[in-house]
Write a protein that binds this ligand. Structure first.
Ligand SMILES: Nc1ncnc2c1ncn2[C@@H]1O[C@H](COP(=O)(O)OP(=O)(O)OP(=O)(O)O)[C@@H](O)[C@H]1O
Length: 440
C-alpha cells in the first residue's frame, strides 16, 4: 500500500466517525486515490456521475476537513469518474514510506513546551501558578506576539491544575467569546446566568484579552467578575498580544488590576530554541529530520512557532505522500508556501463591522441599516471611518455597503468623525484599538 492510500484511509476513518453508516458506505468508502499534486490538490476517483455529483455537492467540505486533519494543512479536492480519470502511473519502485502515520498531534502541556531564553520566564510563571493557584501571582498576565505559545501555556496551566485539583471549576474563554456572550446576555436580559458561570470559577483563564479594548459593557462586566474572583482568592490568568499599557482604550481600573500580579512576556525564540522545536515536532511525526534541514528552516522562519510547525508538517506530507526525503530543496519550497500562506489576509468589511458592533453593542444589521439612535449612529460613523482607513474604498462603494447611502452622506460622516477624533481622546484610542484588533 502506498502512503497516499494511507492518508486517504485515515481521512475516510475521520469521515466515518461523522456520518451514518449508510451514507458513508454509499459515498465515501468507495473513493479511490488518483493523485496528489504538490500544489495541494488531491484527486479522487468516484464510481459514477451520480455519486460524483452528490459527493461534490454535499461531502467535499467534510473530505477537505478530513484531509486537512490528517495532513496538517489544507488541500483542494477534485473528483473524477474513472473513465475521465487520468491513467494511474505504473507502480513505482518501492518508496521509503513510513510503516505507520503518526498524526504529529500532541497535548498543550508543560512537558511538550520547549523552553529557551525567550519564553522561560513565562514558562516558570505559568508553572508557579499551576502548582500554587491563587498564590503570589494573581493575576498572571502573559503577553507576546501571535504564534509564540500563549494559548499553549494557558492550556498547560489548565491541565496541571485539573490534575492536582480534579474538583476545581476551571473556566477557559477566549475574549471574543466572552464579549459575544455578554452582548447576547444583555440583549436577552439574561445577565444573571452569565455572571454565575464566570463568577463560580476557581480558576479563570482568558485568552486574547486585548479584544476587550473599547468594549464598555464587556469591560464593566469583566471588572466585576475580576473583583469577585480576586476577592475570593481565585486564580486569574490573562493572555494578550500586547502589554496592558498598550491596550489603549482599556479602563484605568482594569489596567491597574491586570498589572497587580505578575506580567510575563514571550519573545520570538532564538536560533537554538527554534532548532529544538523543529526537531521535537519532527519526532512527533516520526520524521527523520537532518540537522542541516532543521537549521535551514530555523534560519528562515524566525518569528512564529506556528510557522515552524507548519514547515515540519509540509516536509512530513511530502515524505508521506511522495516518499520525498526532507532535504534543503524541499524545505525551501515548504518555507515559500508557509510565507505565502501567512501573508496578512485582507481585512473584510464584515470583520470591521463585527468588531465595531461588539465595541458599541449593536448588531451588524443595525450598523448597515437606517436607524439613527445616538449609539447606532456613532457605531455606523466609526465603521465607515475604519472601512475607509483600512480598505481605502471609494466613497461610492462605502455608501453601497452601508445601506445604499450616497456619496455626500459618506463624505459628511467622515468629516464629522475626523472632527470628533480631534476632540475626543477616548474615541481616538477606541478607534486605534479597533484598527489593531481587526488587523491582528
Ligand atoms: N515553546 C514551545 N514549544 C513547543 N511548541 C510551541 C511552543 N510555543 C508555541 N508552540 C506551538 O506553536 C503553536 C502556536 O502556539 P499558540 O497557539 O500557543 O500561540 P499564541 O501565542 O497563543 O498565538 P495567537 O496569539 O495567534 O493565538 C501551537 O501549536 C503551540 O503548541
Amino acid at each position: 500500500m502506498d502512503s497516499f492510500n494511507d492518508v486517504l484511509s485515515a481521512a475516510k476513518a475521520y469521515c466515518k466517525e461523522r456520518l451514518v453508516d449508510a451514507t458513508y458506505n454509499l459515498y465515501i468508502d468507495g473513493l479511490e486515490a488518483v493523485s496528489f499534486e504538490g500544489s495541494g490538490k488531491v484527486v479522487l476517483a468516484v464510481r459514477n456521475d451520480f455519486i460524483c455529483t452528490i459527493v461534490r455537492d454535499r461531502y467535499t467540505p467534510l473530505l477537505k476537513e478530513a484531509l486537512a486533519a490528517v495532513l496538517g494543512f489544507d488541500v483542494e479536492v477534485e473528483l473524477v469518474v474513472p473513465a475521465a480519470a487520468p491513467e494511474k502511473p505504473a507502480p513505482e519502485p518501492e518508496k521509503p514510506a513510513p510503516v505507520s502515520a503518526p498524526s504529529g498531534k500532541y497535548d498543550f502541556t508543560f512537558e511538550n513546551f520547549i523552553k529557551g531564553p525567550s519564553n522561560q520566564f513565562a514558562y516558570a510563571a505559568a508553572q508557579a501558578v499551576a502548582s500554587n493557584p491563587s498564590g503570589a501571582y494573581n493575576p498572571l498576565f502573559i503577553y507576546g506576539q501571535s504564534g509564540l505559545g500563549k494559548t499553549h501555556l494557558l492550556n498547560a496551566i489548565q491541565v496541571e491544575i485539573k490534575k492536582n485539583h480534579p474538583d476545581f471549576n476551571i473556566v477557559y474563554v477566549d475574549c471574543e467569546k466572552f464579549t459575544n456572550e455578554i452582548i447576547t446576555a444583555i440583549r436577552e436580559g439574561n445577565t444573571e446566568s452569565f455572571r454565575q458561570k464566570y463568577r463560580a470559577a476557581d480558576v479563570l483563564l482568558v485568552d486574547d484579552i486585548q479584544f476587550i479594548a473599547g468594549k464598555e459593557s464587556t469591560q464593566e462586566e469583566f471588572f466585576h467578575t475580576f473583583n469577585t474572583l480576586h476577592n475570593a482568592g481565585k486564580q486569574i490568568v490573562l493572555a494578550s498580544d500586547r502589554p496592558a499599557k498598550e491596550i489603549k482604550s482599556l479602563e484605568e481600573r482594569l489596567r491597574t488590576r491586570f498589572e497587580w500580579g505578575l506580567t510575563a512576556d514571550i519573545q520570538p525564540p532564538d536560533f537554538e530554541t527554534r532548532v529544538a522545536i523543529i526537531r521535537r515536532k519532527a519526532e512527533l511525526f516520526n520524521l527523520d529530520m537532518p540537522d542541516d534541514v532543521a537549521e535551514f528552516i530555523a534560519n528562515h522562519l524566525k518569528n512564529n512557532i506556528r510557522q515552524l510547525e507548519g514547515a515540519v508538517k509540509k516536509l512530513n506530507a511530502y515524505y508521506m505522500l511522495e516518499g520525498i526525503q526532507p532535504v534543503i530543496g524541499v524545505a525551501q519550497n515548504a518555507i515559500k508556501d508557509i510565507l505565502n500562506e501567512t501573508q496578512p489576509v485582507p481585512v473584510t468589511i464584515e470583520k470591521i463591522i463585527g468588531e465595531v458592533g461588539r465595541t458599541y453593542n449593536v448588531t451588524p444589521a443595525e450598523i448597515r441599516g437606517m436607524r439613527r439612535t445616538a449609539n447606532i449612529s456613532s457605531a455606523r460613523q466609526t465603521a465607515i471611518y475604519v472601512v475607509r482607513e483600512i480598505t481605502g474604498m471609494s466613497m461610492e462603494d462605502i455608501g453601497k455597503e452601508f445601506g445604499g447611502r450616497d456619496h455626500s452622506t459618506i463624505v459628511y460622516s467622515l468629516k464629522s468623525m475626523e472632527n470628533n477624533l480631534n476632540n475626543d481622546r477616548h474615541l481616538k484610542e477606541t478607534v486605534e484599538d479597533i484598527i489593531k484588533n481587526v488587523r491582528s
